[in-house]
Design a protein around this ligand. Structure first.
Ligand SMILES: [Zn+2]
Ligand SMILES: [Zn+2]
Length: 347
């Protein structure tokens, strides 16, 4: 399993998360990424990815397997060709926050290292003579012809003081986990690569070759609040229909906290509100992107008190006929028609 498929990362929960935590994370993300609710072009795919991850974690058997497959850091996607010296690209999944501010990560690689049993010699010395493994100590081996002949390994002696190391099968190298501490600079974007010179693992048997370069390809984990486009962060923020009509300050999340902006009153449409410089940070001294707020108008449950207030507003509209003409011509025309009908009926 590569980290890009890691269901825990996709759902943003730890490998120790309970079933309830997994379910909560899934509901929250699925709600956010549902293509019917989220206009982002990547919403459909994200929704499917989240659903697949959840399905995987719902099955106790597969959940146990996934937990076992957990390693820290990143694992291979794989471009290593046969033979030594090949470069390798690994996917490195970061949260938006980690990538934005930069971070330190441990990357674990399976690499070929010197065998500890034989210190890389491939041979093991014994204190006493041991039976030759090829002829089991008899000094002769059977041949394809059906005859037996002298064992070449022990030169017919049957016993040896030195044998091939069984741990590395005489190669002097073993496959083992190597941990690399990596510093990720701030502001890298999804798909950008970090190059670690001569850090690619060598394939078994390729020990003598110079190691290739290791590339860590940054991948952003799905975020509960933000969708990244370039360096712009898009965010959907629910506001009540009253706030939308009255205007005022609306608080919105940023990668490091929150910020508020002035919403003009009587906002006719929810639209986009751009907050320059509050998006994903630039590299080095580069400019940050924008935070693009998509307001989602929510109709709250209306209680008796609200109705009284709303009736007051409605009456006010009626009394201010001139204002109504200007602000809602359709309503003003309707009022006129109704008044004419009332007069007809009474007259
Ligand atoms: Zn060995
Ligand atoms: Zn032998």
């Amino acid at each position: 399993m590569t980290r890009t498929d890691d269901p825990f990362i996709i759902l943003g929960v730890s490998a120790e998360a309970s079933r309830e935590e997994v379910q909560r994370a899934y509901r929250r993300l699925a709600m956010f990424w549902h293509p019917d609710r989220n206009p982002s072009p990547i919403a459909g795919n994200e929704f499917k990815r989240i659903h697949a991850a959840y399905e995987l974690l719902r099955d106790p058997q597969r959940l146990a397997e996934s937990r076992q497959a957990q390693t820290s850091g990143a694992t291979a996607s794989d471009t290593a060709a046969e033979g030594g010296g090949a470069d390798l690209v690994l996917a490195m999944i970061l949260t938006l926050e980690e990538a934005a501010s930069g971070c330190r990560k441990n990357v674990e690689l399976i690499d070929s290292v010197r065998c500890r049993t034989c210190a890389g010699s491939g041979r093991v010395q014994h204190d006493h003579l041991v039976p030759c493994p090829a002829c089991s100590g008899c000094g002769r081996v059977s041949r394809a012809s059906g005859r037996t002949s002298r064992c070449d390994i022990c030169a017919g002696r049957g016993y040896l003081r030195e044998t091939a190391c069984t741990d590395c099968r005489g190669s002097g190298r073993q496959q083992a986990l190597r941990t690399l501490a990596v510093t990720v600079p701030p502001g890298l974007l999804d798909g950008e690569r970090l190059r670690l010179t001569r850090q690619a693992p060598r394939p078994p048997g390729g020990e003598e070759a110079v190691a290739g370069d290791l590339y860590l390809e940054i991948r952003f984990a799905a975020h509960a609040l933000f969708v990244v486009q370039g360096r712009d962060l898009h965010c959907r923020v629910p506001v009540s229909v009253f706030r939308r009509l009255a205007g005022g300050r609306v608080e919105v999340p940023t990668l490091t906290g929150s910020v508020s902006f002035a919403l003009p009153p009587w906002a006719q449409h929810t639209g986009e509100h751009r907050l320059p410089g509050y998006g994903y940070p630039g590299k080095r001294a580069g400019a940050a992107g924008d935070l693009v707020v998509h307001l989602q108008s929510i109709d709250p449950h209306v209680g008796p008190d609200d109705i009284e207030l709303l009736e007051g507003l409605e009456g006010l509209e009626g009394r201010l006929a001139a204002a109504l003409e200007r602000r809602a011509p359709q309503l003003a025309a309707w009022e006129l028609q109704m008044r004419a009908r009332r007069q007809e009926a009474s007259g």
